[in-house]
Each structure stands twice: as structure tokens, then as C-alpha cells.
Design a protein around this ligand. Structure first.
Ligand code: NDP
Length: 290
């Protein structure tokens, strides 16, 4: 690769066309006058490894990984951060200049969520938390949330066995936190301080069956999904008096963590949050006009 060629990065997934990662990473790079190329790569469901190898051959230095490849990304790497080991899933890969060196895998989703909660002044320590969903996103955020020492953390999932499995797997990280699982349709009717929707239900405007008693004054309803409009879950929380937040900030914060790992520089996330919000609203406007 010629020395004046901008370093090559990408986000890989299936689907990938709606990914905002290129916009975010280019905005971060501008803060440091850093030249980089950041692409979107669509890979066939059974073609993840091949797509990664082709990218590395082209001189790729780092990759963000999204649905459905986070587990495969972890397996492909030869070295892992502690938080990736804990999640058994990776959303960030680092490729050394020498392709013989092992790939390094990290998981920045959890710290992204915690940093976003901090940004919004949401305190987790000593609080009662409820997480809806027991998939990859929940797996990624559990340990960083438990590190904040909540009083209680309940994982509620449609298939309760997956929730029980996570409780067993993460029990050693729980410390004094009371960690438990339950079916999504069987959540104990008591007030939680923070309810995190880590299911993709909002993307199809579906609302899990949630009793009103979960929300009280001071409850935060946090949806990992985001869009131009508040999600159905956010509307459910807000209409019952909760403060509602979407996952846009988590997306920007997890990207900032990947950027720092790749470039050794920590970007300012506040202007990029605004830029992304504007871009999502503008895209919705364009769609409405079409
Ligand atoms: P997975 O497919 O790994 O897991 C999905 C989970 O949601 C499963 O527990 C599944 O239950 C449950 N679920 C799926 N559909 C429904 C439904 N209609 N009603 C109730 N429960 C449902 O997905 P991820 O964990 O990777 O992602 C979850 C969401 O979080 C996605 O929307 C993703 O975009 C978002 N996300 C956002 C991030 C951000 O930065 N803002 C970062 C990472 C994820 P079951 O086990 O019973 O099938």
C-alpha cells in the first residue's frame, strides 16, 4: 500500500445499507484532521470470514462488526480484550500491519451504553434495573452494567431459558447485585429505576407485554433502537411518566471507543450525536418526500 493512501476501515454486517458507522467515524476523523477511508461491507450469512480476509488483503486496519456476525468475529480473532472474552462476542476488530499477526477483538457495546447513560446523567449504582431481551446486545452490556453495582438486575426474555442461561454465566460478575431472569410475559409488577429494551421489537413497532407498575417517578425507559421518531417502547414509558432515551448515543459512544482503540485518540462525541440526529431526521424527511 502506498504510504499516502488513507488507512482503510469498515463496518461489516447483513443487512448493512442503513449503517451510520461511516458517518460517525468520518466525523470523528475530521476532529483530528485524520485521513481515513471507512466503508460498509455487506457479507453473505455464510461468508463472513472470506469477506474479512479479502478486506485484510486490501490493507484493512480495523472493522466494526454488526448483526449477525459478532459471535463469528470473536471466534475469528486470535486475541481478545477482557470485555470481549466476557461477552464471547466482538463488535470491533483490529488488524496488524503484518497479516501473520493474530486479529485482535474487542466489544465496545457495553462501555458505549454505560458512557451514554453517564452522558444523560443516569446513575446505575444502587438502582433496580430491568433488561428486556437476552441476545447479543444484552450479553455485551451485562458485565459493564454489573460493574456499576446496581442493587438488582432482572433479565426478562421471550424464551426465558436464554435469560436463565445469562444469569448463570454472569453470576460471578454480579457481586452484591441480585441478578435474576424471568419470562418476558412474567415480570414481577414492581417499579424499576432503569428499563432497557435490548430487543429489536421497536424496529417493527412491537411492544413487549409490560405491566404499567414497572414505571414510576424517576424511571428511565431506554431503547437500544433509535430512529427519527420516539419508538413505541419510549412512548409507552413516557406516557406513564418515565424519562425516555433512545440508543443513538450508545451507537456514537461504542464507535468512539472503537475509534480510540484504532487511532489512539478519543473523539468528542457531543457534536457527533447532534450530527447523527440531524442526519436521521433529514433522511426521514427525504423518505417522506419520495
Ligand atoms: P439478537 O437477535 O441477538 O437478540 C434479540 C433478543 O430480542 C432476543 O432475546 C429475542 O428473544 C428478543 N426479541 C426479538 N424480537 C422480539 C420481539 N418481537 N418481542 C420480544 N422480544 C424479542 O439481537 P441483539 O441483541 O444483537 O440486538 C438487540 C437490539 O439492540 C437490536 O435492535 C439492535 O439494533 C440493538 N442494538 C443497538 C446498539 C446501539 O448501539 N444502539 C448496539 C447493539 C444492539 P428470544 O431469545 O426469545 O428470541
Amino acid at each position: 500500500m502506498a504510504t499516502n493512501t488513507p488507512a482503510l476501515y469498515a463496518v461489516i454486517g447483513n443487512p448493512i445499507e442503513h449503517s451510520r458507522s461511516p458517518l460517525i467515524h468520518r466525523a470523528f476523523a475530521r476532529q483530528f484532521d485524520l485521513e481515513l477511508t471507512y466503508e460498509k461491507i455487506w457479507a453473505p450469512i455464510d461468508g463472513f470470514e472470506e469477506a474479512v480476509n479479502a478486506f485484510v488483503k486490501r490493507g484493512g486496519r480495523g472493522m466494526n462488526v454488526t448483526v449477525p456476525f459478532k459471535l463469528e468475529a470473536f471466534d475469528l480473532a486470535g486475541r481478545h480484550s477482557e470485555r470481549a472474552e466476557r461477552a464471547l462476542a466482538a463488535n470491533t476488530l483490529v488488524f496488524a500491519p503484518d497479516p501473520a499477526e493474530p486479529i485482535f477483538a474487542d466489544n465496545t457495546d457495553g462501555v458505549g451504553l454505560v458512557n451514554d447513560l453517564t452522558f444523560h446523567g443516569v446513575n446505575v449504582s444502587g438502582r433496580r434495573l430491568l433488561i428486556l431481551g437476552a441476545g447479543g446486545a444484552t450479553r455485551g452490556v451485562l458485565a459493564p452494567l454489573l460493574q456499576q453495582a446496581p442493587e438488582e438486575l432482572v433479565i426478562a426474555n421471550r424464551n426465558p431459558e436464554r435469560a436463565y442461561g445469562l444469569v448463570e454465566e454472569f453470576s460471578d460478575a454480579a457481586g452484591d447485585c441480585q441478578l435474576s431472569g424471568c419470562p418476558l410475559a412474567g415480570i414481577e409488577e414492581s417499579r424499576f429505576d432503569l428499563i432497557i429494551n435490548a430487543t429489536p421489537a421497536s424496529l417493527t413497532a412491537q411492544l413487549p407485554p409490560l405491566p404499567d407498575a414497572l414505571v414510576g417517578s424517576g424511571t428511565v425507559a431506554y431503547d437500544m433502537a433509535y430512529g427519527a421518531e420516539p419508538t413505541v417502547f419510549m412512548e409507552w414509558g413516557e406516557s406513564r411518566g418515565a424519562r425516555a432515551l433512545d440508543g443513538l448515543g450508545m451507537l456514537v459512544e461504542q464507535a468512539a471507543e472503537s475509534f480510540t482503540l484504532w487511532h489512539g485518540k478519543r473523539p468528542d462525541t457531543a457534536p457527533v450525536r447532534e450530527l447523527l440526529r440531524e442526519e436521521i431526521l433529514a433522511a426521514a424527511q427525504r423518505e417522506a418526500e419520495d
